[in-house]
Design a protein around this ligand. Structure first.
Ligand code: ATP
Ligand code: MG
Length: 218
């Protein structure tokens, strides 16, 4: 599903990824656990073709992540929210659905399902600028999922989310896994990967320190 081999990525003098090697298998929930600056978001950016590696290779869904044809088969919920504050929640999700080629009845049906999934149906017509932080985070997830991607990349999806919404989000993520999606999940918290992930890579300074099942790591 994902193969990252000896990838190096540098921004000026900062080495963000320093020979990162990882494999993610189909249907797996894979955790990327690491502190600030470890290289988690940079890895996500490379997996979605937003950045190009300086060295090494990346294959996603059997192809090059820079191939636009692959883009519709994956969904990214970025750490920095990608939402339009002046549009309603529904308009935001509809925008992303259109970008991924959905039209007509199928578009409406998928937008309904995505909003329902993150429990924002009752607020769907409100301006996103007026949403709480946790609601924006949930809408960010809906926007990433609306086109039913095979591969889902969640970059710190629980950042700024209260404990109750966090539990709801865990249920959402587990439901996606049960539906057979492959998920990469980044976090600072061991307890989150323990609860959710099949396998985990602990990364720091752009390198994998350990990769194993949760039980194996513990
Ligand atoms: N566009 C960029 N320009 C310059 N430096 C960058 C850029 N993107 C990332 N970096 C640097 O690369 C390193 C890795 O950053 P990255 O955002 O991947 O870490 P992270 O693991 O996601 O951290 P966090 O947990 O804080 O989100 C950091 O030192 C960061 O400053
Ligand atoms: Mg990050």
């Amino acid at each position: 599903m994902i193969r990252i081999d000896s990838v190096r990525k540098q921004f000026g003098s900062i080495v963000a990824l320093d020979g990162l090697t990882l494999d993610v298998r189909p249907g797996e929930m894979f955790g990327l656990l690491g502190p600030n600056g470890a290289g988690k978001s940079t890895t996500m950016a490379l997996l979605t073709g937003l950045h190009t590696p300086d060295a090494g290779s990346i294959s996603v869904l059997g192809g090059d992540p820079r191939d636009p044809a692959l883009r519709a088969r994956l969904g990214l919920a970025p750490q920095s929210l990608a939402l339009y504050e002046n549009l309603s929640g529904r308009e935001n999700v509809t925008f992303f659905a259109r970008m991924f080629g959905l039209r007509g009845a199928r578009l409406d049906q998928r937008v309904d399902a995505a909003l329902d999934f993150v429990q924002l149906v009752d607020r769907q017509h409100d301006r996103v600028g007026g949403y709480s932080g946790g609601m924006q985070r949930r809408l960010n997830l809906a926007a990433a999922l609306v086109h039913e991607p095979e591969l889902i990349l969640l970059d710190e999806p629980t950042a700024g989310v209260d404990p109750q919404s966090r539990n709801a989000l865990f249920e959402n993520v587990l439901a996606l896994k049960a539906a057979g999606r492959t998920i990469v999940y980044t976090t600072h918290y061991m307890e989150e990967v323990e609860r959710l992930c099949d396998r985990v890579a602990i990364i720091d300074r752009g390198r994998v320190l350990a990769v194993d099942s949760v039980a194996g790591l513990l």
